[in-house]
Design a protein around this ligand. Sequence first.
Ligand SMILES: NC(=O)C1=CN([C@@H]2O[C@H](COP(=O)(O)OP(=O)(O)OC[C@H]3O[C@@H](n4cnc5c(N)ncnc54)[C@H](O)[C@@H]3O)[C@@H](O)[C@H]2O)C=CC1
Ligand SMILES: O=C(O)[C@@H]1CCC=N1
Length: 269
Amino acid sequence: MTTIAVLGAGKIGESLLSGLLKAGRAPADLLFTERFATRAADLTKTYGITHVDVATAVQRADVIVVAVKPQDIEPLLDEMAPNLPAGKLVVSLCAGLPTKLFERRLPEGTAVVRVMPNTPMLVGEAMSAISGGAHAEDAHLDLVEELLGSVGKVVRVPESQQDAVTALSGSGPAYFFYLVEAMIDAGILLGIPRATAADLIVQSAVGAAAMLREGGGHPVMLREAVTSPAGTTIAGIRELEKHGVRAALIDAIEAARDRSVELGRAHEE
Ligand SMILES: NC(=O)C1=CN([C@@H]2O[C@H](COP(=O)(O)OP(=O)(O)OC[C@H]3O[C@@H](n4cnc5c(N)ncnc54)[C@H](O)[C@@H]3O)[C@@H](O)[C@H]2O)C=CC1
Ligand SMILES: O=C(O)[C@@H]1CCC=N1
């Protein structure tokens, strides 16, 4: 069985470990590193997985998943480089960091796959986009696709699109949560108890997502079907348009893309 080590078990690292376990992978096939000892102990207790140091992780695992903040990558690469045997596959989940950075800092010929996942991985509903680096072969991409396919959907994209993908689906869940939060607040304003407002909005979000995914409908047609002539929905849509919500969303996603590019530039030679 393939042994997978997750370096940095924070929010996304834990989501991956938990998702892989839920998908049927044995705890014995998973390793993780974590710089905070109390967090490491909590994760071992919760999931029964083994906490190791970076040197042990890169030596024992076949697939090494890097899940630290982009700002924390340099010291981690310093620790990985002298210990990484040839033939290992390095998978980076880090926003903005190009495969070239890993290839430059790790032993010559190391296969690197850049991935942009998202936190719905925790419930087996991740959206992950993967791109191979210079030494990644089809077999490496197939392996990463299989791993991430067990915790959600996977698409292959050229690495040049990864900053945009990061803004769209990497950050995307946060924008949906933000929208839900705002709609629940609207319910409070209208006198609906918070718990009821949350139920109403969360189920509406789940239903809308199911229609988008399973119904195969176009978002414009689905919205038009809710929008009756002289009805309630169009009164609300007029306010959204007046406040420039569409342009705000486009600007937000462009800003997130720009930030991803900036995170990568910070590590250029
Ligand atoms: N949170 C999200 O929604 C997503 C995050 N990502 C990417 O995943 C990476 C991690 O993000 P989060 O999980 O949100 O951050 P986080 O801060 O929750 O997790 C990072 C973890 O790495 C640990 N760490 C840092 N340096 C370490 C080292 N040298 N050795 C061992 N452990 C170390 C930290 O203690 C922390 O627990 C980032 O690069 C981010 O861009 C990608 C997609 C989505
Ligand atoms: O906010 C971030 O930088 C990370 C990357 C994508 C989602 N969260």
